[in-house]
Design a protein. Structure first.
Length: 259
């Protein structure tokens, strides 16, 4: 049992990782944040609820407790930019998706504190992730890692215009086999309800790029979903009717990736 994450072990060679689902803030960190940041607005809201069907499918599901404002589990521990030359946020972000400071003046974490957070929050999640992938690979001869993410459809600080509804990322084809990517793209191309792109603005974060090693039998895929597809973005409210329309397609994508 961990206070950093919750891991549900399944029977399929599938691990659904939801690294930005957490919302908790330690008291000492929350006290240093701006009033806006204490509401953790850059959360991948409700993705664990959106993917709750994966548990019934038999997938393993890994969910963190703490917010990305504590430490971003989808960034490398050395904080090298995943998108050089573009606006982004870091390992222990000091700026939100709106470009505004997260911390009160003079309260951002020092390099030593960043490393302490890596040890306390980042490493346990990644140890659990790596361990579960190895368990699945040992049991099935392969493992599929599905990175479930979501983001507001309009974030001018990070990208121009409206984000496509569904943003598939495979590290430009490096994190899974060409056949797997082709199956996923065929599913997306075969539906007309949602706009989509493959390896556009979101090509996959650190987790997809680091753990996707198809030559070793471990594939990794990231799906970034525009939050308007399943929630009221302005009210930060889950919309069951929208979600239930989207979930069958997500299930088709997971089954296609496993085929």
């Amino acid at each position: 049992m961990s206070d950093v994450f919750e891991l549900h072990r399944g029977r399929l060679p599938l691990l659904v990782s939801l690294p930005h689902d957490g919302t908790a803030l330690p008291d000492d960190i929350a006290a240093r944040l701006t009033a806006t940041a204490r509401g953790v607005p850059d959360t991948d809201w409700f993705v664990s609820r959106l993917y709750d069907f994966a548990l019934a499918m038999g997938a393993s599901v890994l969910v963190p407790r703490y917010s990305r404002y504590v430490v971003d589990l989808n960034r490398p521990p050395d904080d090298v930019s995943l998108y050089p030359g573009q606006n982004t946020t870091g390992l222990c972000p000091a700026t939100g998706f709106d470009g505004e400071p997260i911390y009160l003046p003079g309260q951002a974490p020092s390099p030593d504190e960043v490393q302490a957070r890596v040890q306390r929050y980042w490493r346990p999640y990644h140890e659990a992730l790596a361990g579960e992938l190895e368990r699945l690979r040992a049991a099935h001869g392969r493992a599929l890692l599905w990175e479930g993410h979501s983001i507001r459809s309009l974030v001018p600080f990070l990208f121009e215009g409206r984000l496509p509804d569904l943003n598939l990322g495979t590290a430009a084809g490096a994190s899974c086999t060409a056949a797997t990517q082709a199956r996923l793209e065929a599913v997306l191309a075969g539906q007309g309800d949602y706009t989509w792109v493959s390896n556009g603005r979101f090509k996959g974060g650190h987790i997809t790029r680091h753990y996707g090693q198809p030559a070793r039998g471990v594939e990794a895929i990231q799906l970034e979903i525009a939050q308007c597809c399943y929630m009221d973005e302005a009210a930060a409210r889950y919309e069951p009717a929208l979600a239930s329309r989207l979930q069958p397609l997500l299930g088709d994508l997971l089954r296609s990736a496993l085929a």
